[in-house]
Write a protein that binds this ligand. Structure first.
Ligand code: SF4
Ligand code: SF4
Length: 967
């Protein structure tokens, strides 16, 4: 009897990789990191591999280092694996050539991910893997968590027999992080399939002074070419070896794989060919369409992509096929077609099968959704009057018109599948609780279970959407839920922010966590939500989880309460069982923290059910036109047209033309977000304040700021001020202003406030929004204080405008107060060469930018290169500005040497040359030089002085000394 486990793709693959590795050389990169972490953890715990030894794990300084270590370890006779993705994989390429060239058996497991081009994306596509086509590695693809485990085994077994290294890949996030119930293969079973002679032969080939040989020589033109052809027969043997190994694995597991797996009717005429997780969605869709509509659609799933076996391909493709759509999850700009398409075209042409119509298209880049609706559009295109070739599907390319039109939304999930969606707040425990629910259901029932978790770009406090499916059949829906039986909203602020019930099925359940009564719902819910609830005849429940959590002393942790409510309402398993399992898991998870913590969780489970209230949905809601609305913020056109839809989870609908071709975006956009995510925000107690400005210094989000306003300035009545302390502020009034909707509620400010009687008291958000939002808006429009402040003091520095505000950093972040301070001091002349990490996520994650500008429009310019090279990137920026400013100095020198140049130009030019490398002095000198040049130029005159002055003005943006911050 097979052992079932509920596990993610990375876990399933690591299980196999560990078995076959003597050594693992690693370097973490999302989304592959957890594979290395699993292996590292098991090694630390002394788990044994197939050779009865604990795997030796070595974490290197980069992926290039990891690949080098793999190479060396293989050369010395240890079976060695690594795990990587994206740029990390690209860094391994030089060593991959070496490993393949030396016929060293190894497996690199890759959770395939996009490559950074116009922007970085940590999400999945095949761009990284496709960049390795030429290395000599065999490329083996998996489409699901189960397949990822099985193909990992195929790869490890085959590489031993073939002496060709394997790159085993599966889709980043979609497969690597998807949780599925799978059948696990035990190590004893795997061991039976190992070619032990091949293991011995590999070890015997190791570099060893007892029987020395030399590898990696330098060859001349006379022999390099021939030697490059010498291993051909190894590649020719790979398809046969993989086929054989797949048969063995099939005998062992009952799951039968081929190099190309065909699914669909034997007499299919229309076939989609693809690899990776999309194969599952296509199989699910053709099953539904063939059954419901009598179509004869098929899918050819590619497993062994390199070496590409034309023979196996043709054998797998039904002879009846007339139309083929080849889908690639990558883009190769300027090519005649993407890689798989080109291969299929080549095979069909070489085999004289020009009778088959072939079109190719791109889908799913950067984990773009790939749904049954899109798959249907691909089949429809095959029968269009003029089928599109080189198309895109899933986007609206309104520039080059490559996209396929989509039809009505298609539900292809097998009957009986229960789909549940949860909208949570990052770090509120929702995702953890859902992972736990999946395990409970997966481990205790014979239901198949699938979990997928989508996050927005905020470090925490952002949106998380959990997608859970349960069913009697294996779940092949490798896309987010678009037909939900159950939807839970864990944060009341989301009701106006997201269209959550759009995907709710007729008669489905909507669960809301809010403090609102049934009567209040009318005014608290937006019109479109009320309409959908009524039209879909939804069963609507509310629970005040925050209140209940407080009652059982869980603070603001609502996850356990919401989990219990889910089990009660979704009825995937009888509630009595769920209650028992949840309590068992709570004991397992929190047992180490003591009985009191376990009890709190048990109390939370018990109290949840009593707090559930069914809310009647009046029929009149079906035509509701009034209700709550999201806070209206006056913003830029760019924000309204591009950012707002992305924030509202509608980014998929943006057309290609909405984006700049080079991926650049305007700064200063977080100020329009107004997330309103805090539970409590600080209220200023004017009488207690000693005007130290420490609150402003420690605020990670630039939410609380001191303002100086001229006495007599007209201001709102509620904008209370007090006389500013300090003679340099004579004639000014002082006020601390909080922007409640930007606050994360971390409490740092209130905690640091040194006033004897606290001058900051944390109060519920709602009241503070009502009392302070208008004041915050007024304060934000006040002119910057232009008087002298001692910016070398805490107090003085905080009167300078932060040019980094309202970032997506975690509440209470200890890093961003410094970032903010640096921008206050130097931001107006700063360029940031960003080092990938937290600072890229809170500083440069689409769609908003926290770096902003001062009243003159000056502020940090920011760019990220690669994880590995930000120092060099910043060094390059410095070279550029030194060179450009040196050129400017030459121009200014020439200008002031012109005899008849004006006295002002000469004086200003000289001053700039003398002070140009002094940051503050260069600002004043630059302003004077610009003014003198503008003044001195005579319209239409082409004399030397006017020409050179124009040259100065044309390059005036380099006059002020720049500060390059490598961070
Ligand atoms: Fe800033 Fe945190 Fe205070 Fe809010 S609670 S103003 S985010 S320090
Ligand atoms: Fe006033 Fe307290 Fe802020 Fe100091 S830390 S400025 S005392 S509110």
């Amino acid at each position: 009897m097979a052992k079932h486990v509920t596990i993610d793709g990375n876990g399933a693959v690591s299980h196999v990789a560990y078995a076959f590795s003597d050594v693992a050389a690693i370097y973490p990169i999302t989304p592959s990191s957890t594979m290395a972490e699993y292996v590292d953890e098991w090694s630390a715990k002394g788990r044994k591999n197939l050779f009865g030894q604990t795997v030796h794990v070595a974490e290197m300084q980069s992926e290039a280092g990891a690949a080098g270590a793999v190479h060396g370890s293989l050369a010395a006779g240890a079976l060695t694996s690594t795990f990587t993705a994206s740029q990390g994989l690209l860094l391994m390429i030089p060593n991959m050539y070496k490993i393949a060239g030396e016929l060293l058996p190894s497996v690199f497991h890759v959770s395939a991910r996009s490559l950074a081009a116009h922007a970085l994306s940590i999400f999945g596509d095949h761009a990284d893997v496709m960049a390795c086509r030429q290395t000599g590695f065999a490329l083996l693809a998996s489409g699901s968590v189960q397949e990822a485990q099985d193909m990992a085994l195929v790869a490890h077994l085959a590489t031993l027999k073939a002496s060709i290294p394997f790159l085993h890949f599966f889709d980043g996030f979609r497969t690597s992080h998807e949780i599925q119930k799978i059948e696990e293969i035990e190590y004893e079973e795997m061991a039976k399939l190992v070619d032990w002679d091949a293991v011995k032969a590999f070890r015997d080939r190791a570099l060893n002074p007892e029987h020395p040989h030399q590898a990696g020589t330098a060859q001349n033109p006379d022999v390099y070419f021939q030697n490059r052809e010498a291993p051909n027969k190894y590649y020719l043997a790979v398809p046969g070896i993989v086929e054989k190994v797949m048969e063995q694995v099939g005998e062992l597991t009952g799951r039968h794989y081929s190099l190309f797996n065909y699914e669909g009717p034997e007499d299919a005429e229309d076939v989609i060919i693809l690899m990776g997780s999309g194969t599952e969605a296509v199989e699910e869709t053709i099953t539904a369409l063939n059954k419901r509509e009598g179509t004869k659609y098929g899918v050819l799933k590619v497993h062994l992509f390199r070496p590409f076996s034309a023979e196996h391909f043709l054998k797998a493709l039904p002879a009846s096929v007339k139309h083929v759509a080849v889908l690639d999850r990558t883009k190769e700009p300027g090519s005649l077609g993407e890689p798989l398409y080109q291969d299929v075209c080549t095979v069909l042409r070489e085999q004289g099968r020009e009778d088959i119509m072939v079109v190719g298209g791109r889908y799913g880049l950067g984990s773009k959704e790939f749904t049954p609706t899109m798959i249907k559009a691909v089949f429809d295109n095959l029968h269009a009057k003029e089928p599109k070739n080189h198309f895109t599907v899933g986007i609206n390319d309104d520039l080059t018109h490559t996209s396929l039109e989509l039809g009505a939304r298609l539900n292809a999930a097998p009957e009986g599948t229960v789909s549940c969606k949860f909208y949570g707040l990052g770090s509120d425990g929702t995702v953890g609780a859902n992972k736990n629910s999946i395990k409970i259901i997966g481990d205790h029932t014979d239901l198949y279970a699938q979990g997928y978790f989508a996050y927005d770009s905020k470090k925490s406090g952002g949106l998380t959407v959990s997608h859970l499916r349960f069913g009697k059949k294996p779940i092949k829906s490798t896309y987010q839920i678009d037909f939900a039986d159950f939807i839970a909203c864990h944060n009341p602020a989301y009701v106006t922010a997201y269209d959550m019930v759009d995907s709710l099925k007729e008669g489905g359940v909507f669960l809301l966590n809010s403090p609102w009564t049934a009567e209040e719902m009318d005014s608290r819910l937006p019109a479109h939500m009320k309409q959908q609830l009524a039209r879909k005849k939804a069963r609507f429940y509310n629970i005040d989880a925050i209140k209940l959590a407080a009652e059982v002393k869980m603070g603001t942790r609502i996850n356990t309460i919401m989990q219990a409510a889910f089990f009660k309402l979704a009825q995937v398993i009888p509630y009595e069982d769920a209650d028992r399992y949840m309590k068992e898991y709570a004991k397992k998870t929190y047992g180490r923290k003591g009985d009191a913590v376990v009890k709190k969780n048990w109390d939370a489970i018990d109290i949840a059910i009593s707090g559930l209230k069914e809310i009647p949905v009046p029929e009149r809601w079906a035509n509701a036109t009034e209700g709550a609305e999201a806070p209206k913020v006056e913003a830029t056109e760019y924000f309204d047209k591009v950012v707002r839809p992305i924030l509202g989870q509608e980014g998929d609908k943006l057309p290609v033309s909405a984006f700049s071709p080079d991926g650049t975006v305007p700064t200063g956009t977080t100020k329009y977000e107004k997330r309103g995510i805090a539970v409590n925000v600080p209220e200023w107690q004017i009488d207690n304040c000693i005007q130290c400005n420490q609150c402003s210094l420690v605020c990670p989000h630039a939410v609380i700021r001191p303002y100086l306003i001229k006495e007599g300035t007209e201001k709102p009545e509620t904008f209370a001020t007090k006389k500013a302390l300090g003679k340099e502020f004579a004639g000014y009034e002082f006020r601390i202003q909080v922007s409640p909707l930007d606050c994360t509620g971390c409490g740092n400010c209130a905690e640091v406030c040194p006033s004897k009687e606290k001058a900051l008291v944390m109060k519920p958000l709602d009241g503070q929004v009502a009392a302070q939002e208008a004041n915050a808006e007024f304060a934000a429009k006040l002119p910057e204080f232009k008087g002298e402040v001692n910016k070398n003091t805490i107090k003085g520095s905080q009167f300078l405008k932060p040019l980094f505000e309202f970032s997506g950093a975690c509440a209470g972040c200890g890093e961003t107060p410094y970032v903010k301070l640096v921008t206050q001091l130097f931001g107006d002349r700063m360029i940031i060469a960003n080092a990938t990490g937290c600072s890229s996520i809170y500083g440069g994650s689409s769609p908003t930018v926290p770096y902003t500008t001062n009243d003159e429009g000056h502020g940090p310019a920011w760019a990220n290169s690669l994880f590995e090279d930000n120092a060099e990137f910043g060094f390059g920026m410095n070279l550029a500005y030194n060179q450009r400013r040196a050129k400017m100095a030459e121009v200014v020198e020439k200008l002031i040497a012109v005899e008849y140049a004006t006295a002002e130009i000469k004086e200003a030019g000289k001053a700039w040359l003398e002070s140009g490398n002094n940051a503050d002095a260069s600002k004043a000198a630059s302003a004077k030089l610009v003014a003198a040049c503008e003044e001195g130029i005579v319209e239409g005159c082409t004399c030397d002085a006017c020409t050179l002055a124009r040259e100065v003005l044309a390059g005036k943006d380099v006059l002020i000394k720049k500060s390059i911050w490598i961070f």
